[in-house]
Structures are given as C-alpha cells and as structure tokens.
Design a protein around this ligand. Structure first.
Ligand SMILES: NC(=O)c1ccc[n+]([C@@H]2O[C@H](COP(=O)([O-])OP(=O)(O)OC[C@H]3O[C@@H](n4cnc5c(N)ncnc54)[C@H](OP(=O)(O)O)[C@@H]3O)[C@@H](O)[C@H]2O)c1
Length: 314
C-alpha cells in the first residue's frame, strides 16, 4: 500500500479494501468533502445512506454516485440538522437499516448570527447539537451492528484545526447568543472543538460496548461550497485552491477513519493527513467533554416528549 499523507486520495486509502456488508450514514453528503467520502465508500462496496437537508440536492448526489458506481447500494433520506423534528424523522426512516458507521460531516460557518429551529446559534447548533441528537437516536442501532452485520460500530466526527481556537470552551458563552458579541470564527471554533470533545466522550462512554469514535481535520482551505455565504471567503478559497487539497484529497482522512481495520488505532484519537496527530489540551479534557455531554443531553431532554423518550443515556 502507498504511504498515506497530505495529498493522498480516497483511492489511495481504499486500495485493496472491500467494504461489502458495511452500512454508512454520512451527513452533508450532497457536495464537497461529504460527497467525495460517500462516493468513495460506495465504490469500495459499502451501502451508503446520504443524509442531506435539501431533497433535490440529496437525490442529485445519489444519482451522481450511482453513475460513478453503478453496482452500489445507496439511499437518500432528508436530514436538516438545524431541526430536531427533521432529525427525528430521519432516524425513524432509517430505523430498519443495519447501520454500523456514522460520519458526522455536515458543517457550516454562519457569517451572521442565525438560529436553528430550536433557537440555538446555527453553527454550533448544526455541527454539534444536531449531530449529538442524531447520534443519540441512532445509538441503539449502532450498538446492534455487531450482532446484525458482524461489524463493530464506528462514529467519525469531521472536526477541524479550527478546534484550537478558542483554547477553552467557555460554557458561559456557549452557544453564543444574541447578547454575546457574535463572531463567526468563535462560533466555528466552538463547533469544531465540540466535535473533537464529543468523539472522545463517545469513546469513553461506549468504548466498552465495542464502539469506536474518533475525530479528524480534513485539510485547510479546501475549495468546496464551504463559506458560500460570504463572497470574500468564497473568492479566498478559490484563490488558494491550487495550493490546497482538492475535495477528494480532503475526504481521504474521513475515509481512512471510516475504513481502517484496526479500531484500537482510531479510538479517541484525532487525525490529519490520514494519521493520528495531537489535538489540543482542551479537546482532551474529560471534564469539559463530560460537561458538554450534560449540556447537550439537557438540551435534548428539553425537547418534546417524543424525542426525550428516544434519547438513550450512557
Ligand atoms: N473545506 C475546508 O477547508 C474544511 C476545513 C476543515 C474542516 N472542514 C469541515 O468539513 C466538513 C465538510 O465541509 P465542506 O468543506 O465539504 O463544506 P460544504 O461543501 O459547504 O459542505 C457542507 C455540507 O454540510 C451540509 N449542511 C449545512 N448545514 C446543514 C444542515 N442544517 N443540515 C444538514 N446538512 C447541512 C451542506 O448542505 P447544503 O449543500 O444543503 O448546504 C453540505 O452538504 C464540515 O464539517 C467542515 O467544517 C472543512
């Protein structure tokens, strides 16, 4: 196998791998890094469930993937991570699927203050709280994966090097609200720090039940549709694109974490360029991770009764 590194593609990572029998849910898979990861995993034989908020874009992504890999087994179900109702509906629709891998890839950096349907700041609401609820609702299925398909369950959180700022998760200003001074970068940094903390806490809480969780940085300034709300960011991403990874290279670390055979080499680790690297002290702070879990669980329990009864506690 080729030595993997910064410019590795998904084909390099998946060379010689057969993922037949695996069922992967990937959020935000209609474009960018998510689409590249989804099509690559489908090409290697995994059944892939596209979880995208826009029905037209989701169906189009599935069609494009089917053209690339005519033999692949694919489904699309709508999922808007800014709506608890949509997350619940998604989890109902996939409840009979033998899901063993969940890739939490969807993300955004809202450039102005916006809120999810439940009134959370949008970037943190989608990247963390939406994925937290989704994970909770899919957890019983993930934990049954071994007996259903023989595959150990795995959760891959797409974080970012942006998790390094803020250095600490200040729960007094989390999530940001209208009265805190809103900064897109602070919100995004909080969201990506949460992704790394959440992966570590999942590993601590469910590792003894066979679950493996890890987080990753896909690469910097990859030209996708990221930053689409800002003309400046979009132009900047385009200008630097000759120097950065393309979206397929950006998906390589996600695909590596989803397909690597040795779970113990992934468990609770943070990856970049297809290898483990050090995340920040705060990302590895078990107290912060525990508190984040409690805050997120409290939010989940505050939702309507139907959701509450579905939440599982560990
Ligand atoms: N690009 C980079 O340089 C970079 C660097 C570090 C980390 N990342 C991370 O990589 C991941 C993928 O980003 P990307 O670069 O591929 O960006 P992208 O092209 O903008 O893709 C983001 C995906 O997330 C989806 N999404 C946004 N809000 C959602 C919601 N409320 N519910 C469900 N899905 C939603 C988008 O759906 P729509 O198309 O419908 O909006 C899209 O499918 C993100 O988590 C990002 O933070 C990217």
């Amino acid at each position: 196998m080729k030595k993997l590194g910064a410019r590795s593609t998904t084909n390099d990572v998946l060379q010689g791998k057969d993922l037949t029998g695996r069922t992967v849910v990937i959020t935000g898979s209609n474009c960018g890094i998510g689409f590249e990861a989804a099509q690559a995993l489908a090409g290697a034989g995994a059944r892939v469930i596209f979880a995208c908020r826009n029905i037209e874009k989701g169906q189009d992504a599935l069609s494009r993937c089917q053209v690339l890999h005519p033999q692949s087994s694919l489904s699309f179900y709508p999922l808007d991570l800014a709506s608890a109702e949509s997350i619940k509906q998604f989890s109902e629709k996939v409840k009979d699927e033998p899901i063993d891998t969940l890739i939490c890839n969807a993300g955004l950096m809202a450039t102005t203050y916006q809120e999810t349907q439940e009134g959370l700041e949008m970037t943190v609401g989608v990247c963390h709280f939406g994925h937290f609820l989704l994970t909770q609702l899919l957890m019983p299925q993930l934990l049954r994966a071994k007996e259903q398909s023989g595959n150990d369950p795995r959760i891959v959180m797409v974080s970012s090097e942006s998790h390094r700022m803020p250095a600490k998760l200040n729960f007094n200003k989390f999530p940001l609200n209208k009265s805190n001074r809103f900064s897109p970068l602070t919100a995004y940094g909080q969201a990506k720090l949460c992704n790394a903390l959440f992966a570590n806490e999942l590993q601590r809480r469910y590792g003894d039940q066979g679950l493996t969780a890890c987080s990753l940085h896909p690469g910097a300034l990859i030209t996708t549709r990221f930053g689409r709300d800002s003309g400046f960011l979009s132009l900047f991403f385009k200008l630097v694109s000759p120097l950065t990874k393309n979206p397929n290279q950006g998906a390589a670390t996600t695909v590596y974490c989803a397909s690597h055979d040795k779970s113990d080499e992934l468990a609770g680790k943070y990856f970049s360029h297809c290898k483990p690297v050090r995340s920040t002290k705060e990302a590895n702070n078990p107290e912060t991770a525990r508190k984040l879990w409690e805050v997120s669980e409290g939010w989940g329990k505050g939702l309507n009764d139907a959701t509450e009864s579905l939440l599982c506690t560990a």
